[in-house]
Design a protein around this ligand. Structure first.
Ligand SMILES: Cc1cc2nc3c(=O)[nH]c(=O)nc-3n(C[C@H](O)[C@H](O)[C@H](O)COP(=O)(O)O)c2cc1C
Length: 215
């Protein structure tokens, strides 16, 4: 039984949404096959995007590769204890500018939305394959962009660490404790609106409905 899912309010979600969570204790001896890596990339490839613009780039960082070494060197202290143990990290970038000049025209106002959605698809595909995924943005973006040769038309965004659960005994206490944290969410009433901004959507309609019956 997975203590992390389903959470209250998530019981009605379909798999793999229902059992997804972001672990920090990975088995560092596990590796993905190249077919599995390709399938994860296919999940991003088939994500929807504005005008089918597909403004994403993903760097495939497997342990032992120069791009993985470059990523590990830029991780924040909080991420350095767990990210390197994952089987694979995909680092996303978005095509945000039409030219290298900082003031050049925006490539697409929806680029960040689209890359985030592609990342979500990778994350869910990973869960459907029996894997886990944990996204992270805690790394030195400028240093990694430089190391990976990212052109100024693109912004590096986030990493997706993918792998299988490891033994908490194999990691330091701080990293192990991360996976015991409660998963909490803002209540629906704070952000699901019916009508004008701030008017909470009510389950079952205004008559007899209850706002925020679930967390
Ligand atoms: C864009 C983005 C950046 C994140 N950055 C980090 C990070 O640097 N370190 C980390 O441990 N988790 C990071 N996370 C993971 C979130 O903390 C996590 O998804 C959130 O706490 C909800 O937990 P859950 O995924 O288990 O539901 C990030 C997630 C996203 C989507």
């Amino acid at each position: 039984m997975d203590q992390h899912a389903p959470q209250p309010g998530a019981e009605g979600l379909a798999e793999p949404l229902r059992s997804r969570w972001s672990p920090s204790v990975y088995d560092d001896s596990h590796r993905l096959t190249s077919e599995e890596v390709e399938t994860l990339l296919r999940a991003a490839q088939w994500a929807p995007s504005r005008g089918n613009s597909q403004p994403w780039t993903f760097f495939v960082c497997e342990p032992g590769t120069p791009q993985h070494d470059a990523l590990v060197a830029t991780l924040t202290r909080g991420n350095a204890g767990w990210v390197p143990r994952a089987s694979l990290v995909l680092v996303s970038a978005a095509h945000v500018r039409t030219a290298e000049e900082p003031e050049s025209e925006q490539a697409s106002p929806f680029a960040l939305h689209d890359v985030g959605q592609a990342a979500a698809h990778v994350t869910l595909q990973a869960r459907a394959m029996g894997l886990h995924a944990h996204q992270f943005a805690g790394f030195d973006h400028d240093a990694l962009a430089e190391a990976l040769g990212v052109p100024a038309t693109h912004d590096l965004l986030a990493g997706i660490a993918v792998g299988v659960l490891g033994d908490p005994e194999d990691v330091d206490e701080r990293t192990a404790a991360r996976d015991d944290r409660d998963r909490v969410r803002r209540p629906l009433a704070e952000w699901a609106f019916a009508g004008r901004f701030g008017d909470a959507w009510i389950a079952g309609g205004a008559a007899g409905g209850v706002a925020d019956s679930q967390p």
